[in-house]
Design a protein around this ligand. Sequence first.
Ligand code: NDP
Length: 328
Amino acid sequence: MRALIVEKDDEGKTSASVQEIEESRLPEGEVTVAVEYSTVNYKDGLCIGPGGGLVRNYPHVPGIDFAGTVEASDDPRYKAGDKVVLTGWRVGEAHWGGYAEKARVKADWLVPLPDGLSTRAAMAVGTAGFTAMLAVMALEKHGLKPGQGPVLVTGASGGVGSVATAILAKLGYEVAGVTGRPESADYLRDLGATQIVARDEIAETVKRPLESETWAGCVDAVGGAMLARVLGQMKYGASVAAVGLAGGAGLPATVVPFLLRGVNLLGIDSVMQPYENRLEAWKRVATDLPMKKLEAMIKPATLADLPGLGAEILKGQVRGRVVVDVNA
Ligand code: NDP
């Protein structure tokens, strides 16, 4: 089988290359999956390159998510031929991941692919899109409905942001996308954004703890000063789903928006999400994400492209969703 193998030399320097390896080297697990597609996330960029403290052992096969067909299973929940998707559980970090023609994993980590979603579409969605869906579900659970005002999406042209924009627009929300790339405006409008907010306008640290009530909800992929600023611009009782830290892990905020406007800050984790929520989120993806729009976000790639793409995503240069055909 072919796999992207990351090795570490005596000086601690990592290098990644596509190699032929014996299938017997796959880690232990109940289910062997013939991987069809994977994708590229920020964490993958770290695991293909310097490791970022995520990878425990080398040689390593990265790829934090994949979709494919079950080849063999020791678990009654899965049989050969079933289409499955996997995100999270530290696969691609602590456990060998999806950048290979085959993967062996625990049955608990898999989710059956819902009807209407191909393995390729599932990876166009990937961890980023799945997390965007979880964020939208959390906002809905906290009372968000169309017609309440614009919903802000930060880091809008990235993976999480692109999918969140498309889902929210399909569900009937007015979407405002924050981007640092003016050339992404048309792309975001095509996904359904009706307002483009320049990153500079909203990237500064909080000046006043409360500004005018503007956003009915927010999917935030950026964190840092931008998240702090957004909290003070939320409408009364509105919620922000905190997904990412593309702009920093700090939160230079005040508690005033929570106390005076009842604003909610909702944490979104995709890695350890319980099975029932995963199932629901993937089903919602199949119904709520416009597949034609998803198609427009896809940038096709092969295993050999991954070292370059890993470096690009760490520099914030990847737009939309990379879909890696591991058999190409
Ligand atoms: P991408 O790199 O695809 O997108 C991030 C976007 O954020 C960029 O495209 C850019 O958008 C914007 N951005 C980048 N750097 C900055 C900056 N310094 N300041 C402001 N905006 C910036 O990543 P993903 O969409 O895949 O992931 C987004 C975040 O979510 C990451 O931090 C990731 O680790 C996290 N994540 C969390 C998950 C969870 O379980 N909670 C799951 C998946 C991802 P633009 O060019 O439009 O400005």
